[in-house]
Design a binder for this molecule. Structure first.
Ligand code: ARG
Length: 578
């Protein structure tokens, strides 16, 4: 909570003889609600005041003049604790939230700052595997979070659509043909061809050679090679789009590695001009020994370019065309070295802005092995990597089943099942700090009592149903002194913190900060709700008490805004009933 911080600091200005700005930086948020809303630690004064911090706190407690909006000041050991008047705080927080609505949580510190986000970035000719959820949804959440804080964001799906694998794929198509199997989707056949091509290249050098030649032809703009490649891209994109639609993700740009083909020569020339290229076994590299890194490969012996070359061109292009202030690469941790090399190579080539490029790494997705019970990362080779589409469809089907059992009269069960299934998978992905591995247990993610998407969605739906039943306009004619229960005070203070939570998530590029906060809010709300079930006087809607009902309805409406806005930033849908 940052509300009234200045007012609190103001009453310390005279006793401390320090300007208000300075005092504001000294104030802390107390860890426990009983310690008030702000704490002033007295340790820093001990030396100059030649007194123990405890004594200073007692002395200040007497000197400070309490006035609105502050309700009380208390010495608490070496701290001075300030409490804001409940009714003033409630009114300010709740009416502020209701007035802001969808904009609550937005801020303007990102104004005039442009961020490019490179995310999702799957490879063409392969299906989206479960692990692709990570880059896709972390990237999506960061975009939403940064936009909420007024950053200008350019989102770019850096498709892997270029390189020797595509030469191999064309070679395989040429050799083995495409036997259109009835009932088998193109993407499945393409994927199978890709697997066959990679296997064949390992055992048959002549095939590998053919693949390299095809890629050279592709790079040279050969129309045959191009046409086939184009078709591979189309088949894949059509498939990717289905999954992106399900996840509710879209991109400003979907520039593939191939799109940088026209700039590769210039990139190599730039590196040459800056004298950062050297030859190594016939290949061109940027030597990074001085930085304790292996050389960064720019051109292979056969003159073809690589993933890294295209990343150099991509970064240069983005900086030139979009003039970003920051460029974020949301890519798994396994590529950390690649990005260190990339950024270092750019710096060596005189691109000082490379210091504004950051790798945003994340951990693996682990699935429980049915036989051993161990958590493992699926592998395409062993054939136990799940498709993202399958995981989502499975979660949706399970959610549908639950609805059929527990809420058979729900008017739009298929829509809600989709929202709940997808929300469960997404929330599970964003719940913990992104560098941690995600454990995926298909039963657990749908458990409405666990720290799950459905748990959050239930809290939101509960608010929605209370509001519908209330039949009031929330916030109208409210007497805020009615909100004096400890749960209410705690909830209101949590809701007040939401904008600073979003700001922190934007600063740290960490969606889980919002997820953890929302879990906290939902838990607090559930405690409140549970007490209302036991004790009639604590119920939100009470026919015998219109004043308390109006105040609690306003609180519920504010709560709903926070849950909805927060889940929206994470890409978790919020059905009104489930
Ligand atoms: N397509 C790559 C892969 O699947 C990820 C690309 C990430 N972005 C980038 N600019 N390198 O590994």
């Amino acid at each position: 909570m940052e509300l009234y911080k200045e007012a609190v600091a103001q009453c310390l200005v005279a006793p401390l003889g320090e300007p208000v700005e300075k005092v504001m930086t000294m104030l802390r948020l107390p860890p426990e609600p009983e310690m008030g809303d702000y704490a002033f630690p007295c340790f820093p004064l001990a030396k100059t005041w030649k007194q123990a911090p405890q004594q200073i706190a007692s002395r200040l407690a007497e000197e400070v003049v309490v006035q609105t909006p502050i309700a009380s000041v208390q010495a608490n050991g070496p701290y001075l604790n300030f409490t804001i008047a409940d009714d003033i705080l409630s009114q300010e927080v709740i009416s502020g939230i209701l007035a802001a609505g969808d904009d609550y949580g937005c801020g303007d510190e990102g104004h005039g700052h442009k961020v490019v986000i490179d995310y999702s970035a799957p490879n063409i000719a392969k299906e989206l595997l479960f692990h692709h959820i990570r880059s896709t949804m972390i990237g999506h959440a960061l975009i939403q979070i940064l936009r909420a804080r007024s950053y200008t964001v350019v989102s770019d799906n850096h498709l892997g659509d270029w390189g020797t694998p595509f030469g191999l794929l064309i070679a395989a198509y040429d050799r083995f043909g495409w036997d259109d199997q009835a009932g088998v989707e193109d993407i499945v056949q393409l994927n199978a061809l890709y697997v066959r091509a990679s296997a064949e290249a390992k055992t048959d050098p002549s095939f590998a050679q053919e693949g390299r030649q095809w890629f050279q032809r592709l790079e040279a703009g050969d129309p045959d090679a191009r046409a086939r490649w184009q078709w591979f891209v189309e088949v894949s994109l059509a498939e990717f789009q289905k999954v992106y639609d399900l996840l509710g993700v879209s991109f400003d740009y979907m520039l593939g590695e191939s799109d940088y083909e026209p700039y590769l020569d210039d990139t190599v020339s730039l590196l040459e001009a800056k004298q950062v290229l050297s030859e190594s076994e016939g290949a061109l590299v940027v030597d990074l020994e001085a930085y304790d890194m292996p050389p960064f490969l720019v051109k292979k012996q056969d003159g073809t370019t690589l993933y890294g070359t295209r990343d150099l061109s991509t970064a240069l292009y983005r900086h030139r065309e979009w003039q970003f202030d920051t460029c974020l690469y949301v890519v798994d941790m396994g590529q950390s070295l690649h990005f260190k090399q990339l950024f270092q190579a750019l710096k060596l080539a005189g691109q000082t802005w490379a210091a504004s490029c950051h790798h945003i790494p994340f951990g693996l997705v682990l699935q429980k092995d049915a036989e051993t019970g161990k958590w493992t990362k699926g592998s395409t080779r062993r054939g136990n990597a799940s498709l993202l589409k399958t995981v989502l469809e499975d979660a949706i089907a399970m959610a549908r089943q639950k609805i059929a059992e527990s809420n058979p009269d729900l008017p739009n069960p298929d829509d809600v099942a989709r929202q709940v299934g997808v929300g469960a998978v997404v929330f599970n992905d964003l719940r913990h700090r992104r560098v941690r591995d995600v454990k995926f247990d298909r039963e657990a993610i749908l458990n409405p009592h666990g720290e799950t998407g459905p748990y959050m969605q239930y809290a939101h739906a509960r608010c929605a149903s209370v509001l519908a039943a209330a039949g009031l306009t929330p916030g109208e004619g409210v007497d805020y002194t009615q909100l004096r229960e400890p749960e209410e005070r705690a909830l209101i203070r949590k809701l007040a913190a939401y904008p600073s939570v979003v700001a922190e998530a934007a600063r740290e590029w960490e969606p889980s900060i919002i997820a953890q906060y929302l879990l906290d809010v939902a838990a607090e709300f559930n405690r409140y709700w549970a007490r209302g079930n036991k004790d009639h006087t604590l119920r939100i809607l009470r026919q015998d008490e219109p004043a308390s009902t109006a105040a609690r309805v306003a609180l519920t409406a504010a709560l709903r805004v926070v849950l909805r806005n927060g889940l929206h930033l994470l890409g978790v849908p919020t059905p009104d009933a489930m």
